[in-house]
Design a binder for this molecule. Structure first.
Ligand code: FE2
Length: 423
C-alpha cells in the first residue's frame, strides 16, 4: 500500500511519542526526555535509519529530547514555521511533506493549543500533537494559544475521513488512539458547532500552569535538555558510599509499598504527589538516584524532576528489584492491608456470595449484590465510602491508624495535579 508505515507508540507517563517506519527508514514524533534509550533500542533492534525528528509544537509541560536524538543520529528537527528555536530546526508550513522510506507525512498548521502547532497526516493517520486529544483538546491559555484558532483547526480535522486514526501527544485516561469518526461522535469539543460557545467554554477554564514552564520552554527552544542518566545498582552503591559525593535515593512508590520494603536512608515521595512536593527536592543541592519497583515510575519521576530544574537526577536501572538481586541490604516491614484493598475484597466477596445464593437458594439473595453495587456507586459519586468508614472502626485498622499507617480515609485514589496540557 502506498504511503503505508508502521506506528510504534512510546508512552512516558501522560506523554505519547511515536516512531514511524517505512522501508527501514524512520521518523520520531514528539520525542520525550525520558525515552531516549527506548528510541535507541528500537532503532537498533529494527535496524532503522532515522531520517527526521518532529516536534508538533514547543512543549511547555515536559522536556523534549529532539535535540539529543537529532544530534546523535545526524538528522534534522522539523517544527512549524511559527516555532521559535535556536536549534537550527527545519521549519515547515502548509503543504510541506516530510518523507521517509516509501512514506510521507503532510504538514498542516494546527494552531489553537499554541501558535506553532502542526498536525501530520499520512498513511490513514493523523498525529494531532496537543490540538485534538482523545475526548478532549489541548488547553488554549498560553504560548499564543487561541480558542478561535482551536475551533477552526478542529473544523479542518473534521474534514478528514472518519476512519483516519488519531494519535495525540497526550492522553490522561490510558487511551492510546482513536479515529476522527469516533471523535466527531464522542468528543464534546468536536461536537460543538457554535464557535462563540466553544470559545466561551475554553475561556471559562482555570488551569494551573505547568511547574517551571518558562524554563521548560527555554530548554526546548534551545534543545538544551540533557539525557537522563541511568546507572547500575553497583554504581548507585558506589555513589552512596562515596564521601565526596552527596547522593540520596528517592523512592517514588506508594507509601505502603515503601513501608513494606525499602532501602535504608532512602526518601519516599510517591510519583502521584511528586509535582506538588517538588520543593522538597528541587532547589536543594541534593543529587538524586531515583528508584521504584522496577524502574518505570522512577523514569517518569526523572522527567518531572528534570523539567522542574532539579540538579543531578539519575535513574537506578531495575530499581529495587535489581537492588535485591544484587543482595544489597533492604528493610522489610509487615504493613497492614490498605483500607482500599479491604473494601475491594469484602465488596467482591459479598457480590460473589449474594449472586451464588441468589442462583442456588433464593432470588432474595440478589438483594446483596444490588445493595453492594449501589453502595459502591454512591461511594464513587459522593467520594464517601460507607464501608471504608465502618472498616476504620475495626480494631485492626484503628491500630494501623494509630501507627500512622497509610490506610487512607476514603476509597478514592487521588490523581491529578495541575499543569496538564488538556482543557
Ligand atoms: Fe503541549
Amino acid at each position: 500500500m502506498e504511503n503505508a508505515f508502521s506506528v510504534k507508540q512510546i508512552q512516558a507517563g501522560y506523554c505519547m511519542s511515536y516512531i514511524l517506519e517505512s522501508d527501514k527508514q524512520a521518523v520520531i514524533i514528539d520525542p520525550h526526555i525520558t525515552k531516549v534509550q527506548a528510541y535507541r533500542d528500537h532503532i537498533k533492534a529494527e535496524n532503522l535509519t532515522l531520517k527526521a525528528v518532529i516536534d508538533t509544537h514547543t512543549h511547555a509541560d515536559h522536556l523534549s529530547s529532539a535535540g539529543i536524538v537529532s544530534s546523535e543520529y545526524g538528522c534534522p528537527v522539523f517544527m512549524s514555521a511559527n516555532a521559535v528555536s535556536s536549534m537550527g530546526i527545519r521549519k515547515v508550513s502548509a503543504g510541506d511533506t516530510i518523507s521517509f522510506g516509501q512514506a510521507a507525512l503532510a504538514v498542516t498548521p494546527a494552531p489553537g493549543h499554541t501558535d506553532d502547532s502542526i498536525a501530520l497526516t499520512g498513511g490513514g493517520a493523523v498525529f494531532t500533537g496537543d490540538v485534538l486529544l482523545i475526548g478532549a483538546v489541548g488547553r488554549t491559555d498560553f504560548q499564543n494559544g487561541s480558542p478561535e484558532d482551536m475551533f477552526d483547526t478542529l473544523a479542518r480535522l473534521k474534514e478528514l475521513p472518519d476512519e483516519t486514526a488519531v494519535y495525540p501527544a497526550h492522553d490522561y485516561n490510558d487511551q492510546t488512539s482513536s479515529t476522527i469518526g469516533r471523535q466527531k461522535e464522542n468528543n464534546p469539543y468536536m461536537i460543538e458547532t457554535d464557535r462563540d460557545a466553544f470559545c466561551a467554554n475554553a475561556r471559562s477554564k482555570t488551569l494551573d500552569k505547568p511547574f517551571n514552564m518558562d524554563a521548560i520552554i527555554r530548554a526546548n527552544r534551545e534543545g538544551s535538555a540533557r539525557e537522563i542518566e541511568h546507572i547500575s545498582v553497583s554504581e548507585a552503591r558506589r555513589r552512596l558510599d562515596s564521601p565526596d559525593e552527596s547522593w540520596t535515593i528517592l523512592d517514588v512508590r506508594r507509601p505502603e509499598e515503601y513501608q513494606a520494603l525499602r532501602i535504608e536512608q532512602s526518601q519516599n515521595i510517591p510519583l502521584d504527589s511528586l509535582s506538588s512536593r517538588l520543593n522538597e527536592v528541587v532547589g536543594s543541592d541534593q543529587q538524586l538516584i531515583l528508584s521504584c519497583l522496577s524502574g518505570a515510575r522512577a523514569s517518569m519521576a526523572a522527567g518531572i524532576l528534570a523539567a522542574a530544574g532539579a540538579g543531578r537526577v539519575t535513574v537506578m536501572t531495575g530499581a529495587i528489584k535489581a537492588w535485591i538481586k544484587e543482595n544489597a541490604p533492604v528493610i522489610r516491614e509487615k504493613v497492614p492491608v490498605s483500607l482500599e484493598r479491604q473494601v475491594r475484597a469484602i465488596a467482591g466477596s459479598l457480590v460473589l456470595l449474594g449472586s451464588l445464593l441468589g442462583l442456588l437458594v433464593s432470588a432474595w439473595f440478589f438483594a446483596i449484590p444490588i445493595f453492594v453495587g449501589s453502595g459502591l456507586l454512591f461511594a464513587g459519586v459522593s467520594n464517601t465510602c460507607m464501608m471504608g468508614m465502618l472498616l476504620m472502626k475495626v480494631p485492626y485498622n484503628r491500630k494501623a491508624l494509630q501507627r500512622n499507617a497509610p490506610v487512607g480515609g476514603t476509597c478514592s485514589l487521588d490523581g491529578g495535579g495541575g499543569g496538564r496540557c488538556a482543557m
